[in-house]
Design a protein around this ligand. Structure first.
Ligand code: MG
Length: 444
């Protein structure tokens, strides 16, 4: 028997037809339906990215949820942030998003969302797991309603919270690469509403991603070439479920992913100074920007839900993850590529300089990301590492991060899925960052 995919707060993810198949999808969606019934849930939303297996899993979900008596709003292909936005604003009882984010096209995933408009939390996950193998009670009254137009409400909400006239006055020339993914429609709509002259590449959501989906520089050469070809002011790349955003400057150079959040932080702090929340793996660039304003940057465990919780706890004005995940609570309480585009364009107008210039003035760090095989227990080595590096300030919220007086840091985290650990280090110079990584490796 094929093993089922690992079920975590991020849902389940696997290769469709192998570990993630009709049987495992059905079992987990049935457990989620029981969970919704226990809460007297009535109305839920269902969305998906553009993968070929999406319609099959969607049909399974509609079958289970309607038989359980739920009213299902089927929004079709839509960004993850759009689903999360609609759960909150329409006061829905939860939702399901079918996506494997940046994984290759043969993968798919099922993300379960609660009425808090967030992925189910650790306690809710434990509860749902107890329902695996149970059937929801048969109920009449279940319906499905296809509404593909709801996504524009998300765009409208971004627009009411940004200076549209200011951005419109510039008629920016922009290129957007939607990777034939979930952002294919709403991304370009938002940019057009902001008065941009938009060139769209890869906007056929047929399940064939135009390039390797992870939004890294080496996968975004098509965007870079198009920016140069049309002489655009800026280029945007979304990942397949349109929560992450990566930028391309006017010279056709992909901007390091950490700067998407840093530029968004700069944009927000200019209009609303306040505290900021990022995860423990995010570059110090954003922290320096916050420190300059006299406000505080808080760090949480890695994971979108942890950052969102931190933003709420600290009443932060913005937050996010260094990998291109911008969370601006005024617009949406999750990583949202539409929000990132709006904030970066607003900054572009206010700074009055090309995007390459704005980026070159950001605080600069070198981030080195490595991983190595590791079989033991991370807790056993944490103390050893802390003792060996006494000039650093340790943080053990998530693995171990040690910050040093010269603004460098090193982080060790175990992988949830493989017998490896990730060792990341950041410093003003690459040599120092590499030295930190090598120090840790020699201690393990
Ligand atoms: Mg994603």
């Amino acid at each position: 028997m094929v093993q089922e995919p690992k079920f975590t707060i991020s849902g389940l993810r696997g290769v469709w037809g192998e570990d993630l198949n009709e049987e495992s999808a059905r079992r987990h969606i049935e457990a989620f339906a029981v969970f919704l019934q226990k809460r007297s849930g009535k109305k839920v939303i269902l969305g998906r990215d553009s993968r070929k297996s999406g319609p099959i899993i969607s049909a399974i979900a509609i079958d289970i949820l309607t038989k359980a008596g739920l009213e299902v709003i089927d929004i079709g292909i839509a960004p993850t942030p759009t689903i999360i936005f609609l759960i909150r604003t329409m006061k829905l009882d939860g939702g399901i998003m079918l996506t494997a984010s940046h994984n290759p096209p043969e993968y798919n995933g099922i993300k379960f969302l609660s009425e808090k408009a967030l992925y189910v939390d650790a306690d809710e996950l434990i509860e749902i797991k107890t329902y695996l193998g149970s059937q929801p009670t048969d109920n009449t009254g279940g319906t499905v309603n296809e509404d593909l137009s709801l996504g524009t409400q998300h765009v409208e909400h971004v627009l009411v919270n940004i200076d549209v006239d200011l951005i419109k006055s510039k008629n920016f020339k922009v290129v957007i690469d939607t990777i034939n993914g979930a952002g294919y429609k709403l991304g370009p709509i938002l940019l057009e509403r902001l008065g941009c002259v938009v060139t769209v590449i890869n906007d056929t959501p047929d399940g064939n991603f135009a390039h390797i989906p992870e939004p890294l520089a080496e996968n975004l050469t098509g965007l870079a070439d198009k920016v140069k070809e049309v002489g655009a002011d800026i280029g945007f790349a979304q990942d397949p479920d349109a929560d992450r955003l990566v930028l391309c400057n006017e010279k056709g150079e992909i901007v390091f992913e950490e700067y998407t959040l840093a530029l968004s932080v700069k944009s927000v702090l200019q209009k609303t100074p306040g505290d900021v929340v990022v995860n423990l793996s995010t570059s110090n660039t954003s922290e320096d920007l916050v420190n300059d304003t006299g406000h505080k940057l808080y760090r949480t465990k890695v994971g979108e839900g942890n950052v969102v919780e931190g933003i709420i706890t600290h009443n932060a004005v913005i937050g996010g993850e260094g990998s291109g995940g911008v969370i601006y609570p005024t617009m949406n309480l999750c990583r949202d590529s539409l929000v990132g585009m709006a904030l970066v364009l607003e900054l572009l107008v206010k700074e009055g300089e090309p995007i390459s210039e704005i980026v070159s003035k950001l605080p600069k760090y070198e981030l080195v990301k490595t991983k190595m095989p590791f079989e033991g227990k991370l807790t056993n080595v944490i103390e050893k590492v802390i003792n060996a590096l006494p000039d650093g300030k340790p943080d053990t919220q998530d693995g171990l991060r040690i910050d040093f007086p010269d603004r460098s840091w090193v982080q060790i985290r175990a992988s949830n899925t493989e017998p490896i650990i990730r060792i990341w280090a950041e410093a003003k110079t690459r040599e120092r960052a590499e030295e930190l990584v090598n120090n840790i490796k020699s201690l393990l």
